[in-house]
Design a protein around this ligand. Sequence first.
Ligand code: ATP
Ligand code: SKM
Ligand code: MG
Length: 169
Amino acid sequence: MSDKKIYLCGFMASGKTTVGKALSKKLNIDYVDTDELLVETYGLGIPAIFEKYGEDYFRDLEYDIAKKTANMKGGVVSTGGGMLTFDRNGEVLQKSGIIICLVRDFDSIYREIKSDKNRPLAQTKTKDELKEMYESRILKYQKYADYIVGNDGSVDDCVKKIMSIIDES
Ligand SMILES: Nc1ncnc2c1ncn2[C@@H]1O[C@H](COP(=O)(O)OP(=O)(O)OP(=O)(O)O)[C@@H](O)[C@H]1O
Ligand SMILES: O=C(O)C1=C[C@@H](O)[C@@H](O)[C@H](O)C1
Ligand SMILES: [Mg+2]
């Protein structure tokens, strides 16, 4: 099998993990989540890394994980919400796979993230601040995404859209 990866990127709670798992099952290929791989590799949860060492340190670890996924064999890789907001990560991912950005309506996203302790960046921001972050990040995701796919229907619909993109590419 080719070692090209299918990278799923997008804002927090856009569905990267849910859609990524379902897609890998349909395609019968490996699945990895960069947040999970980071936690496993460094033995510390994301909120704890932010709290103890700060965001910049987390971003350096995230960059190491981006490089690690580039060396893996093919599969579906769902990424952390901030991954594509850094050029150094976008450059690594672009070289080793196809990048698909999932876009989900902000109100659905907000409902998911407002009380989730596992998303430290969301916890410290108001709804307006998060909306601003959502809008400015979309521009960054677009810079590296090969395709933008909506995830406002069912998970299955989103998986089907991605499968038809892969078939045609
Ligand atoms: N199409 C959908 N329809 C209904 N619920 C969805 C859909 N996609 C995702 N969800 C739900 O939204 C929540 C967030 O999804 P998920 O954890 O997959 O997002 P994520 O992009 O991986 O988030 P993070 O950036 O924090 O890792 C989950 O509870 C998931 O079940
Ligand atoms: O949007 C972000 O910057 C983040 C999203 C999560 O997936 C984690 O990678 C972390 O909480 C940072
Ligand atoms: Mg996820």
